[in-house]
Design a protein around this ligand. Sequence first.
Ligand code: AMP
Ligand code: MG
Length: 322
Amino acid sequence: MYVLGIESTAHTFGVGIVRDGEVLSNEKDVYKPETGGIIPTEAAKHHYALAAEITERALKRAGISLENIDLFAYSQGPGLLPSLKAGWVATRFLAEKFKKKIVGVNHCIAHIEIARMVTGFEDPVMLYVSGGNTQIVTYDKENRKYVVFGETQDIGVGNLLDKVGRKINLPFPAGPKIEELAKRGKKYLRLPYSIKGMDVSFSGMETFLSRIIAEEKIEDLCFSLQETAFSMLIEASERAMAYCKKDSLVIAGGVAANARLNEMGSIMCKERGAKFKFMKREYAGDNGAMIAYTGYLMKNYEQGDLRPKPSFRTDSVEILYR
Ligand code: AMP
Ligand code: MG
């Protein structure tokens, strides 16, 4: 069975193809604003303009044509409505043309499922860290739902990196550049460490950083930012592992590309005798393969409302495939 998955919740337009759950192709293009953050309508324009080209690239790489596709999956939310609509329009066009079924995939769950697939862990705690989202998720077998054990009370950690990056004139997305600069940081600056129970919050750190930006070296700012924000995330993840008695950790989402975050995760897991594996970079950020793969898992789902859901919660989906 061939599934074509479309991702378009925010900045990325991605198309992935899987055959019986095995990834054959994963093509994407990322909208990058010239200045400032994402403008949703501009991101959507980018997606509409590139939809056909990215789809063709994915098909070519997979060595198949649209006629071969048995099921179309798309990222139903959460995300920016204009961006989501672009994926929805493209998916509906293709599914109607080829008279095939559509499944609507929860974007956060797709990040988690592909991370589980890559690591092969049976029942991990999942730290899902991207631009707009930051969640610590576990799977509740009895209720067949992902449970959000902890999450950000304000902005996602990627968003924090991007906002701080903008203040020091780094292009979007700032995460990779901050990671490079942080390697040359020497002085640790004490930043607000904001963790309440299982939840974290980052806007205090952002405000604090903007006040000291002019006085400190950029490398030290980036270093301290990473050390503080990532420690908060790893602390909350460790607490979830201890509480739920789970012995493995998966880090998913765009920020999972960060080597220092992975290093911290691996140290924490080693100390408690738990398992940890690095995420493949190509599946860390938003991508179509994770949508196609999760769509494949959901192939037997009958869904009522397939329209985009900008506030689609991770813990609202019944997981019938596990
Ligand atoms: P996503 O929405 O899952 O594609 O994640 C995008 C976010 O990941 C953006 O906020 C990026 O700044 C962030 N990001 C990408 N690469 C890295 C990296 N190497 N280190 C930290 N953050 C990163
Ligand atoms: Mg994402």
